[in-house]
Design a protein around this ligand. Sequence first.
Ligand code: PLP
Length: 399
Amino acid sequence: MALSSILDRFNEPETLKMAKLCRQLRSEGVDVIDLSLGEPDFDTPDHIKDAAIKAIHDNYSHYTPVAGFMELKEAVCNKLKRDNNLDYKPENIVVSTGAKQSIANLVLAIVDKGDEVIIPTPYWVTYSEVVKIAEGTVKLVETTIESGYKITPEQLEAAITEKTKLFMFSSPCNPSGAVYSKEELAALAEVFKKHPQVYIMSDEIYEYINFVGKNQSIAQFNEIKDQVVIVNGLSKGFAMTGWRLGYIAASAEVAKACEKLQGQFTSGTNSIAQRAAIIALNSSLDASMEMVKEFRRRKERVMEFIAKMKGVKCIEPEGAFYIFPDISYFFGKSDGETTIQNSADLSMYLINKANVSTVMGDAFGAPEGLRISFANSMENIEKGYSRIAEALAKLQPQP
Ligand code: PLP
């Protein structure tokens, strides 16, 4: 019996494949250090957990409105005012089962067969695959380590055609850690202003995990605000990945379209997670900022390791919790047993020989990169990065 051709159009996320491999090796008794992780290793703060427990006792056990409880949509609007000085109304907000669903809703709501979607590399694994599901055409724009892995206005202008429907990016960026400044966003906004048919997906899920200052949103530029769809969620900033709570802020028209799609796929997000999210968004961010302090400490330690690794070119991340070094120096090198031809080989070499998991750059559209997380304890970072350093030092030119 044949399955749908949709399945042939896209790939499984490499990040999830790696997580599966780690679990399997662990079950076989291998001491794996997981640096492929894409989630905070912290527990959800107590006041948020308490709100969820209260919601269960208060019998929030029924279906919710598709786009989310009104109090939650108001809490999102208040958050956008408090943190980003942006004005949105509840009609602009759709709450979903994780930002991943928000992105899927959005792409399916906007992209038709043959529409072009511009994505600067490196980018988060899901963007390109969801566009393929929608039968859109992915147009990757390569950024370089020299430009800090950020697209320039000139590159953007050159990539836009009559068929361009959507531009997708994250800042802070997963995987590169790049953070766009207000000036850089203003320069991109000038280009978008000339192309009002282009929507801009601004994925701000790592907003709080920013080491260089307050995060800036491209939605702050009024002339293009209706083109922008902000994607955000509670997974990273509040250590709530398993709760599955994401949202968009968009024009009422786009929000309505996303709500229509969601109404047929999942309906409203889990009621308990929504009640807890109201408290998370309306409370002080102290617990989140404590986590960020610890991420900063780890990032600094990781950069000390990187500075001593011969052949590894890496920019210091300005946000999120990954480094994304260019590891092409190791292509063609061997430890006498294994020869490294590409990033996938290096990732497999590190898991087999050093028992450390990472994610190959191809998954993010950047085949010369390798994503290594620092969302793990300091003890595991010390162990994991030492093992990586040792394994890389064994790779030598072939005779
Ligand atoms: N956007 C980016 C850039 C991410 O890294 C992730 C998760 O890894 C998501 C969105 C999805 O987050 P959620 O857990 O809310 O689905």
